[in-house]
Design a protein around this ligand. Structure first.
Ligand code: SF4
Length: 510
């Protein structure tokens, strides 16, 4: 799903929920999927990943999240079933992000789709790749069209010669963001592993100290962060379990074997459901700044039944070091934060503790109970927290508060720079640094200071270029304002009205 141009003519835009994405109309596709036998799968998706307040956040194809989780696991093959254009975009993005792994693909045409041959082709592909000497699992992802057509991945064998077969539906019309698509696959794998562990002995996880009580971290974190969190947990007598999404199958057993789960990224609804089914308590938020770390250690200690003296020792070791790091790296700037990673609220907390003014935080993630502590802390300090934030929300906030620095997605950063506002891409710059404990407390200040120093340079550039290359002057070769084809607005309006009328008539007749 490509990001929308903010100059999109709203008058020509389709009504919410219809033709709002590259899959050509969410409601139509949802109805098709239900009719094709996916009622339960669709109902679960809509319950796990609620929409609103607006129609859908703009981001890349959501399925990328699930694909990426599969591609990052050892001894796991990932196969896509979908339209060639979707698969092209997804494989391109995977390799752009350094997958270094083959993305499997089962193509289809109208005939193989309607006759059911596609399912047979997928089945054959799964049998072809499921080699137990090479693989622990094969993941098959139904994209939009096969999901809407009801391709029944649940009818695939559950395992072939010991290789687990995991079939999931990840359509853009049911899973709003690529973040939540990670949860679809992580949750499906954890469920499989939980049922295996409940059925009998399983493989011993690598690198795990047997008998040590551990906390499982949920979310793709900067590599130094689990180590830093391990240091925070050590005085509690707790270790860090392999985090989820995991890097190999047997990690799932170790993750399940924890005493508590830390939902550091707050959108792993299906995964949390499996932990709850395994009887594991789940704690929200994360150890950011002094307040956040104190509250998080308390919540973990309560969940893991750690005695008060150990909790005091953990706080005594961590909090002064974090306070010192924050004082040594003060941030004096007004910053807006937006992104789709799930850590936006945590980043905003850290910025505020370091001295920044943060009037707005937008996240593409939905509101869940696991970010409630952060939302409450931020709103108590006058921050506007926007869940399911759209690009339009983020831009409007930036225009409103004129920050010294905007942290955000690519199109937001682009817009900020065109306005002469220094901006940083959240994924590449913020998520590529530690966030937790003393290391996190010092990490953000440097980039904020470096970027805000560039404000004067941005202002000069905006003044120098003026309106050149913007608006209708964008692109190569234009000397005049492009002319609209005569009457096209009228024609498209009439087509939309006719469609709406036909839908209304159909609804009345049904
Ligand atoms: S799978 Fe769906 S959401 Fe993804 S690119 Fe294809 S049509 Fe768009």
């Amino acid at each position: 799903m490509s990001t929308h141009d903010t100059t999109l003519d709203r008058a020509a835009a389709p009504p919410p929920g219809e033709a709002g994405g590259c899959h050509g109309g969410r409601e139509t596709m949802l109805e098709a999927a239900r009719t094709a036998g996916k009622t339960d799968s669709i109902a679960q998706m809509l319950a796990d990943y609620p929409r609103g307040p607006h129609d859908q956040p703009q981001s890349m194809c959501p399925a990328f999240g699930a694909l990426r989780v599969g591609l990052r696991m050892r001894r796991t093959a990932t196969i896509l079933s979908g339209s060639a254009c979707c698969v092209y975009g997804l494989t391109f993005t995977s390799h752009f992000y350094g997958a270094r792994r083959t993305v499997g693909y089962v193509p289809f045409n109208s005939e193989t789709l309607v006759t059911g041959q596609l399912f047979e082709d997928i089945r054959k592909a799964v049998y072809d790749v499921a080699k137990p000497d090479q693989l622990d699992a094969v993941v098959i992802i139904n994209l939009c069209v096969p999901t809407a057509s009801g391709v029944p991945l649940d009818l695939l064998p559950k395992q072939i010669e010991g290789v687990r077969i995991i079939g999931i539906d990840v359509p853009g019309f049911g899973v709003p963001t690529h973040a939540e698509a990670k949860d679809v696959l992580a949750g499906a794998m954890l469920r499989y592993a939980r049922l295996e562990a409940e059925a009998g002995p399983v493989a011993r996880p690598r690198g795990v100290v047997l008998g040590e009580p551990t906390v499982t971290l949920l979310g793709e974190l900067f590599p130094a962060d689990p180590v830093g969190i391990g240091a925070l947990l050590a005085p509690l007598g707790l270790g860090v379990a392999p985090q989820l999404p995991s890097r190999e199958w047997r990690d799932l057993y170790a993750a399940l074997d924890c005493v508590a789960v830390a939902a550091v990224h707050p959108f792993y609804t299906a995964t949390v459901r499996e932990f709850h089914a395994a009887g594991r308590p789940v704690v929200g938020s994360g150890p950011v700044g002094v307040d956040g770390t104190a509250a998080w250690l308390e919540a973990i200690a309560a969940a893991a039944n750690v005695p008060a003296d150990k909790l005091d020792a953990a706080k005594a070791r961590a909090l002064p070091a974090i306070r010192t790091a924050l004082e040594a790296n003060p941030i004096k700037a007004r910053v807006t934060v937006s992104g789709y990673e799930g850590s936006e609220l945590l980043v905003a907390r850290l910025l505020i503790e370091a001295g920044a003014e943060v009037p707005y935080v937008g996240t593409a993630a939905p509101r869940t109970e696991w970010s409630d502590p952060d939302r409450e802390w931020l709103t108590a300090r006058g921050v506007h927290v926007q869940y399911r934030a759209s690009l339009e929300n983020d831009i409007a906030a930036m225009q409103d508060v004129r920050p010294d620095l905007a942290l955000g997605t690519t199109p937001l950063v682009q817009k900020a720079k065109s306005m002469g506002i220094p901006a940083l891409y959240f994924t590449n710059m913020v998520s590529a640094r530690p966030l937790f404990g003393p290391a996190g407390a010092g990490a953000l200040a440097g980039i904020v200071a470096a970027q805000t120093r560039g404000a004067e340079r941005f202002a000069r550039m905006v003044e120098f270029f003026g309106p050149v290359g913007s608006g209708e002057g964008a692109g190569y070769g234009w000397t005049d304002v492009p002319k609209e084809p005569a009457g096209w607005r009228d024609r498209t309006r009439k087509v939309r009205e006719a469609r709406a009328k036909a839908r209304a008539n159909q609804a009345m007749g049904s």
